[in-house]
Write a protein that binds this ligand. Structure first.
Ligand code: 4AD
Ligand code: MG
Length: 434
């Protein structure tokens, strides 16, 4: 007997097959019983248990099953009489592998987010979570394909680090034998090593920030992909970032329509984003736009969630690049604009409708003395950055890159209300378990 995945049912119409899965839902109507089986495919399948087409033992068994019971079901694959693209199984035989206890916590009624988060290990079984997980995996593939096909060498940055990359206020500290270490906030500084070694590189791994506020956009543990390129300009950086986001959108649209449909994502909006043409706006122009549109915003401040949402929305559905930030709101490593050193050569990509900053990046200071002074000014321990300064002593070139937050991207692509659904086990201020 051939075992198939539910997603393959369309190729087996008229054939008798075996499905191995779990009972997602069940009901009976007169002499017919219906089992909605899930097996991790994006779709579930309705299995029709009718006393006449299935054996008697199986029919009796179908009266006893509980939600999440593990079952192997044998039957004939049929196309749904009315719904196109939907398939059913006419059951011949049911085999119960384990009868789930009757008190499965996640029933088919509405549950609040806190309850679902406590049961995250079970919540992941529901079709919506399967659709998100599959889209996330697809985006990861897209990320790797994009850089691998452009001759970027993948390099893994360390997680345990002796120093900060993105300011000291969000560092997670841990003991490292006789000294202190910090969980990496970003692989960038090591990515710069890679850029000087390989010309172009990307770092992709988990990063950590002790974010003390609960928001819909902040995790304490998130995955970031960070390309870093030697001989590079701010304009090239924005062009690469745009091509990158466009490729992710195209791949998801070609591979994940089923998932996007389950998530009720507005597909034409994603198609528009996949056309590219993201606006590029100077920080000063953003400040002016905000003040013209009912926000009182002071030059020199950083954009918070309300400003990001406002700016994002002023440009419709496409994300927008903001570039040339005041240097004082940016990290120590940013190169300053040669024409006006009040500005750092940074660029952030902001998604509309509140999904916020998807990409943060820019050009790095390449001059030894200037960078050394910036480290001292930011009150960082010079000794910890000596290896980083070496990159400026030996063959220093203009270089830069960016970091894309994977969960931010998943949240935006899937159209989610909250970032907690984008990763299997989200870590936030109030979430450490399961
Ligand atoms: O803007 P950030 O802090 O930039 C960096 O870390 C640079 N070193 C990257 C680089 O140039 N190589 O973070 C980059 C991105 C943000 O745009 C956002 O998408 C994501 O990382 N991010 C978070 N995602 C989830 N939760 C958080 N707490 C995040 N903080 C940043
Ligand atoms: Mg940023």
């Amino acid at each position: 007997m051939k075992t198939i995945r539910i997603s393959e049912a369309k190729n087996f119409v008229g054939e008798t097959v075996q499905l191995k899965g779990w009972v997602y839902n069940h009901r009976s109507s007169g002499k017919v019983r219906f089992i909605e089986l899930r097996d991790g495919s994006t779709e579930t399948i309705q299995c029709v248990v009718f006393n006449g087409t299935c054996d008697e033992a199986s029919f009796n068994l179908s009266a006893e099953i509980t939600q999440e019971s593990a079952m192997i079901i044998t039957g004939l694959v049929k196309a749904h009489p009315k719904k196109e693209g939907v398939y059913e199984l006419d059951v011949h035989k049911l085999e119960l592998i384990q009868k789930a206890e009757a008190n499965y916590p996640i029933s088919h009624k509405e549950h609040g987010p806190e309850f679902l988060m406590q049961n995250r290990h079970l919540w992941l079984r529901t079709p919506r979570q399967v659709a998100i997980a599959r889209t996330r995996a697809s985006i990861i593939k897209s990320i790797r394909d994009f850089f691998d096909s452009r001759d970027f060498v993948l390099m893994d940055a360390p997680i345990l680090t002796p120093s900060a990359c993105e300011g000291t206020s969000t560092l997670f500290e841990t003991e490292y034998f006789e000294e202190k270490a910090y969980l990496s906030q970003s692989g960038q500084l090591y990515g710069e090593v890679g850029a000087m070694a390989f010309g172009r590189t990307y770092v992709f791994g988990p990063t950590f920030r002790a974010e003390k506020s609960k928001t819909r956009k902040h995790l304490t543990e998130f995955w970031m992909v960070e390309p870093e390129i030697a001989y590079w300009s701010l304009e090239e950086n924005m062009t690469l970032g745009e091509e990158f986001v466009v490729q992710i959108m195209k791949d998801v649209l070609s591979r994940n329509k089923k998932e996007l449909t389950i998530l009720q994502r507005d597909i034409p909006t994603l198609e528009k984003i996949a056309e590219g043409g993201f606006p590029r706006v100077h920080y000063n122009d953003c400040v002016e736009m905000l003040n013209k549109n009912g926000h009182t915003f002071k030059w020199g401040d950083d954009f918070g969630a309300p400003e990001e949402t406002k700016i994002g929305n002023l440009f419709g559905d496409k994300p927008v690049w903001i570039h040339h930030f005041p240097k004082d709101i940016k990290s120590f490593y940013f190169k300053k604009d040669a024409e006006d050193p009040r500005y750092a050569l940074g660029c952030d990509l902001i998604a509309p409708h509140g999904w916020g900053e998807i990409i943060g990046g820019g050009i790095r200071e390449e001059n030894y003395e200037t960078l050394k002074n910036a480290i001292v000014e930011h009150k960082l321990n010079l000794e910890d950055y000596q290896w980083y300064l070496d990159l400026r002593a030996y063959g220093s070139v203009p270089h830069g890159g960016f970091g894309l937050g994977l969960e931010r991207a998943v949240s935006w692509v899937c159209g989610l209300e909250h970032i907690r659904e984008t990763i299997a086990f989200p870590r936030m201020l109030n979430y450490l378990r399961p």
